[in-house]
Design a protein around this ligand. Structure first.
Ligand SMILES: Cc1cc2nc3c(=O)[nH]c(=O)nc-3n(C[C@H](O)[C@H](O)[C@H](O)COP(=O)(O)OP(=O)(O)OC[C@H]3O[C@@H](n4cnc5c(N)ncnc54)[C@H](O)[C@@H]3O)c2cc1C
Length: 415
């Protein structure tokens, strides 16, 4: 029996996984999105990494030094170019969160969520036979002695979480990743055999189809106006007038803060822009077998079917459509350093810029709010694909039993 009518605003990966969990439990779900198809914004061409062993807040102890160093270098993982006032306040809050204690607290939460999420994603893909270009294994490669030492120091933590890992030296790597360029110098790598890369948008579209089979209604090209304080559960849509629901879940990524602007709910989410380039693989034997993270540049290389995707860069600016040359050069450099022969870069390259919906603390907000019937599942930052399925499950658990918030206190919306 249908329990009650729920509106979900947003059909990115977070909205679709949420719609699926709620519909499976018997809720009557309607999803609204301003775009024509699912996952056209942050979930469109992300790095695809699902790495419970590596997820962490951006606000890490080494972050302030790294950002400063990047300002002067030819290639960079971070770009700060006339940030907005909101982004500037956010950066100050991130520096505060980069202390050891908050960093490890939120890293722990993100890892628990990512592990739970990966299990759920595997369960769903087996049960529903969803294809989404999965590739097992993830290697984090360290070029400097200092970063390598920090990685070694953190290994006991991976063991405590039960995350399978192997320390690798350059001489042992050729069996695992035979196409890796041998002339590029590096110190060591951590191999995470159970972590993976996969195509987020493909999964989102496939799960949308499954949602429809169990009765979820999708309304695309339907923009929702900021919720009104008087009637927050009556949505003013751009295409169907007013639609009233029993509960509303906001999964609107970067659009979330504006949606709650008239309510006593503050979501300090800012856009942190990132880039990906995707190219056809020319020769499969020259392409990576596993996902790779170049820790020095924080750039990932993923194989997705017959394509290779390079993704990364954290840009604080007010130019969503401008492609910063340094960002693109850094992606090309990292690809050229590790897999120079994998793709033919003279043709069919997709360059994409997306906005990560980021909170300074790192972990997302999955929570009820002060306003009866209004829920949020937002702020997944740089690991939204990796944490999406579990965030959806946690939201459902909270809707069914709000006392469950004690299991995930760091995900609660703080006043
Ligand atoms: C370059 C880059 C690389 C990344 N790599 C990875 C990675 O390797 N692994 C990983 O886990 N994560 C990665 N991420 C992060 C991940 O992509 C995001 O965290 C995730 O996609 C966020 O999903 P979402 O559903 O919250 O937001 P979105 O996908 O942006 O979805 C929000 C939806 O809400 C809709 N919406 C907003 N406002 C309204 C409104 N008023 N009315 C109607 N609809 C509305 C939008 O149209 C949109 O479809 C990366 C991000 C970037 C930019």
């Amino acid at each position: 029996m249908k329990k009650n009518r729920v509106a979900i605003i947003g059909s990115g990966i977070v909205g679709i996984t949420t719609a699926f969990e709620l519909a499976q439990r018997g809720y009557q779900v309607s999803v609204f999105d301003q775009n024509q198809t699912p996952a056209e914004e942050a979930s469109f061409a992300n790095g695809g990494v699902i790495s419970p062993g590596y997820v962490a807040p951006w606000a890490a102890p080494q972050m302030p030094k790294r950002v400063f160093g990047d300002l002067w270098s030819r290639y960079a993982s971070t770009l700060i170019s006339w940030p907005s006032w909101e982004q500037t306040k956010w950066l100050a809050a991130a520096v505060k969160n980069s202390n050891i204690e908050p960093f490890w607290l939120h890293r722990g939460v993100m890892q628990r969520l990512a592990l739970k999420s990966q299990n759920r994603m595997k369960e769903l893909s087996n049960q529903l036979r969803i294809e989404y270009e999965r590739q097992s294994g993830y290697n984090i490669i360290y070029r400097s002695n200092k970063s390598w030492q920090s990685a070694l120091d953190a290994l006991p933590y991976l063991s405590a979480l039960g995350i399978n890992h192997k320390v690798m030296e350059p001489s042992e790597f050729s069996d695992l990743e035979p196409a890796l360029e041998s002339s590029t110098k590096w110190i060591g790598a951590i191999h995470l055999p159970d972590d993976e890369v996969a195509n987020c948008r493909q999964f989102a579209i496939a799960l949308k189809n499954e949602c429809e089979k169990i009765g979820v209604e999708f309304h695309h090209k339907s923009r929702i106006a900021p919720l009104s304080a008087a009637n927050p559960k009556s949505l003013v849509t751009s295409d169907q007038g007013v639609r009233t629901f029993d509960q509303v879940v906001i999964c609107a990524g970067m659009g979330s803060s504006a949606l709650v602007a008239n309510l006593p709910i503050r979501l300090p989410i800012v856009p942190v822009y990132g880039y990906s380039l995707t190219a056809l693989i020319r020769e499969p034997l020259d392409a990576p077998r596993c996902g790779l993270m170049d820790e020095n540049y924080k750039v990932t290389i993923s194989r997705m079917g017959n394509r290779i995707r390079v993704a990364g860069i954290m840009e604080f600016s007010q130019k969503p459509h401008h492609q910063h040359p340094k960002a693109i050069q850094t992606l090309y450099k990292v690809l050229d350093d590790w897999f120079p022969k994998a793709s033919d870069l003279s043709q069919q390259i997709q360059i994409w810029k997306g906005a990560r919906p980021m909170l300074a603390k790192g972990s997302p907000i999955v929570s009820g709010t002060e306003v009866d019937g209004i829920w949020v599942n937002v702020g997944h930052g740089s690991s939204g694909w990796a944490m999406s399925c579990a965030s959806a499950q946690v939201l459902l658990e909270l809707m069914e039993d709000p006392s469950k918030s004690k299991d995930w206190p760091e995900l609660a919306l703080k006043p």
